[in-house]
Ligand binder design. Sequence first.
Ligand SMILES: [Mn+2]
Length: 335
Amino acid sequence: MIAVLKPGTTQQQIDNLINWFKGRGLDVHLSVGQYRTILGLIGDTSKIDVELLEGLEMIESVKRITEPFKSANRKFHPDDSAVDIGGGIKLGGGHFQLIAGPCSVESAEQILGIAESVKASGATILRGGAFKPRTSPYDFQGLRAEGIELLLEAKKKTGMPIITEIMNQNHLPMFEEVDIIQVGARNMQNFELLKELGRTNKPILLKRGLANTLKELLMSAEYIMAGGNNNVILCERGIRTFETYTRNTLDLSAVPMLRELTHLPIVIDPSHATGMARLVKPMALAAAAAGADGIMIEVHNDPANALCDGAQSLTPAQFSEVAEKVRQIREVIAE
Ligand SMILES: [Mn+2]
């Protein structure tokens, strides 16, 4: 981090500032020019509040050289991370996983039927919502605890690990046997929830908020990792732009950009990103081509009568086609 001081700053002020930085464990490199005095701060500056510094009378500007995220930063962890999902499955670091299942768990027959068909098509992880963060309080809110029970039954019968969303840290005891806990877009900055998940050792799939930057996504990952849980998977699911034909705008550049910034695995969710079943296949293929570590797709046995997100859900037959094409794309990019 570099701090540029205003002209006319006294030696006493400079000494005070240097001591303040040293008190925070930083080494300070002082550079006195004809018109400018510059302090180079060396060490872990992640706990330094840039806005506080910029507010000081003697400071002209502050520039971070290293990003404020530390645990997630590739600079300190050059190799890709692979998150251990359990059951011999890893995600990231060369391990690609296809996640599929309905938006919401609706019944035992529904979740088990979909699980069996997506497994047969090559899906390796089963998704299904039990607690649903719906925009309207009058929409289906999910089967809640019963939904998790049904997912666990499907897991037992198919052997597929399961992923489902948590909305409240008080629900954590219900997630004991859930393999991956999802933090939805709307909770990306629910910091108390993130801290609580940081105290577990569960794999966490963290979705990017609909109006959040990649830096904010990484800072949220940092919340989980700062608590000691490094099993974080990032998920791009579309962001809100001025476009209205699609539900959201899929930011596929997030894959190569995040790849540079972080060692954490990156999953793409083309279903929520586009909101339309017919756009899911091209976007899933593009995600595979961009090098995503995983793709998460909503699949329903009867999309027209789905209790949630039917318009963007693929039928098992459509999913099977996408899964095959994704496999082919991955072969091409591996060459
Ligand atoms: Mn959904």
